[in-house]
Design a protein around this ligand. Structure first.
Ligand code: AMP
Ligand code: GLY
Length: 438
């Protein structure tokens, strides 16, 4: 059996690693990762495929009789990879280009939520900078400015001052851009509360919620500093009680999946809702993503006990209502090691030490995994081939433990064995979960 994972981050490393592990329970599969990273290249059952163009991927999947493909990141979904694979008669797990608008257009997502009664912050959409400035002045701060399209995590400004808000409007819309062809922004009410991630699989009709998780988006200790893609995560998220879980399924997930079906664009794939739980216990959707979160995927997949191949096969066949997912009862916690200069201008090419010594140090390898994100190899110097940093987030060290604290200790213990120049690593991943338990 051959499987294909599209992407090159730690989320895709985790997906491919779990698929390979799942295949051993049946018949060993080769899992291709396109294009992958140094970590996926190191794994015994994974094989990097250095192609990214959709027609080339289709040709490969056909020639190699790939059983199914799983898409990790949003960019190929926005490009229409699912539509193209399906037209070629190939099985692929992910949303179509139109369904992916839930992530790729904030304006689409907000209007969609309005049409289907999904709770979200009040907003208005603008393509005229002058009108946007007037609206900001009328509403005051704090206020949130969002670029309409995909912006690789840089499209949202939570403005605490009017200066910041006006500067964001100017940066995203420009002062003299033509109104019609120009970009759009969404200006949104600031919502206070605790932010959580809620991720499900959908076959277009039925949904299977994955284990709960929560990430730390800010760069620095104590949730300070600039927003990032995520500096660490843990699963489960203790703040998602069974009551809240039910409420999220009823008020957000089910209406979203039903709404897409009603609008003639069934949503298949992973669906990620970024939610704010307000102090009064209400829910507001901040965003939808048409993929798993990263680093949420790493901790969720480390806890998955069910066969991931079977789950995806059920999703592809429209039978997700006939299966349940089983999770390790322990907590998984993942710590991101990021490059110097991340998130603005990550430095590349720093040698990473300590990766190979790990299995010997901790023989119970199954209780942790070092997922690679931005890593590459270089045929460098006396050491032969070296693994070097090649992106903003470099590694995600994920570990299991009987409590949040134990998972945290383990993850940091392992991360402490790995070194590269200028590494940025938050020392406090999981602190919210620990405080929650108190
Ligand atoms: P988004 O990509 O829309 O999730 O925004 C990125 C981050 O900005 C979120 O993870 C939140 O931390 C923050 N954010 C977005 N929208 C709001 C809002 N309406 N109120 C407060 N914070 C927000
Ligand atoms: N960790 C947040 C995201 O993947 O969007």
């Amino acid at each position: 059996m051959k499987l294909l994972v599209i992407g090159s981050g730690a989320r895709e490393h985790a997906l491919a690693w779990k698929l390979a592990e799942s295949s051993h329970k049946r018949f060993p599969a080769t899992v291709f990762v396109a294009p992958g990273n140094a970590g996926t290249e190191l794994e015994k059952d994974l094989k990097n495929l250095p192609i990214t163009a959709i027609p080339d991927l289709i040709e490969f999947a056909r020639k190699e009789s790939v059983a199914f493909t799983v898409v990790g990141p949003e960019a190929p979904l926005a490009e229409g990879i699912v539509d193209a694979f399906r037209s070629a008669g190939l099985k692929i797990f992910g949303p179509t280009q139109k369904a992916a608008q839930l992530e790729t257009s904030k304006d689409f997502a907000k209007a969609f939520m309005g049409r289907h009664g999904i709770p979200t912050a009040d907003y208005a959409t603008f393509s005229s900078a002058a009108r946007a400035h007037r609206y900001v002045d009328k509403k005051g701060v704090p206020i949130v400015i969002k670029a309409d399209g995909l912006a690789a995590g840089k499209g949202v400004v939570v403005a605490m001052t009017l200066e910041e808000a006006h500067a964001a409007v100017d940066r995203m819309l420009g002062e003299k851009r033509p109104r019609k062809a120009g970009p759009k922004i969404v200006i949104e009410e600031f919502v206070e509360g605790e932010e959580i991630s809620f991720i499900v699989m959908s076959d277009g009709r039925h949904t299977l919620p994955l284990a709960t998780s929560q990430d730390h988006k800010r760069l620095e200790e104590g949730d300070q500093g600039p927003n990032t893609g995520g500096m660490g995560a843990y699963s489960p998220a203790p703040s998602i009680t069974p009551t809240l879980h039910g409420k999220i399924m009823r008020e957000v997930i089910q209406p979203a999946i039903n709404g897409m079906e009603k609008e003639g664009e069934r949503y298949t794939g992973f669906l990620y809702a970024g939610l704010m739980i307000t102090p009064g216990g209400g829910i507001k959707v901040l965003e939808f993503n048409c993929r798993m979160g990263d680093p949420e995927a790493e901790v969720i997949l480390l806890r998955l006990k069910s066969n991931l191949i079977t789950l995806i096969e059920h999703a592809l066949a429209g039978n997700l209502d006939k299966i349940e997912a089983e999770w390790d009862r322990r907590t998984a916690l993942g710590v991101v090691m990021a490059a110097s200069g991340y998130p603005d201008s990550p430095r590349k090419g720093d040698a990473i030490q300590g990766l190979t010594a790990l299995p010997a140090m901790l023989p119970a390898e199954k209780d942790y995994h070092v997922f690679h994100a931005g890593t590459g190899t270089t045929g460098g110097g006396e050491n032969g081939e070296e693994i070097v940093t090649a992106g903003g987030r470099v590694l995600c060290v994920a570990a299991l433990g009987d409590s949040v604290r134990m998972a945290q200790r383990r993850a940091y213990q392992i991360a402490g064995q790995i070194h590269f120049e200028g590494c940025q690593m938050r020392p406090d991943i999981g602190y919210r979960a620990i405080n929650h338990r108190k």
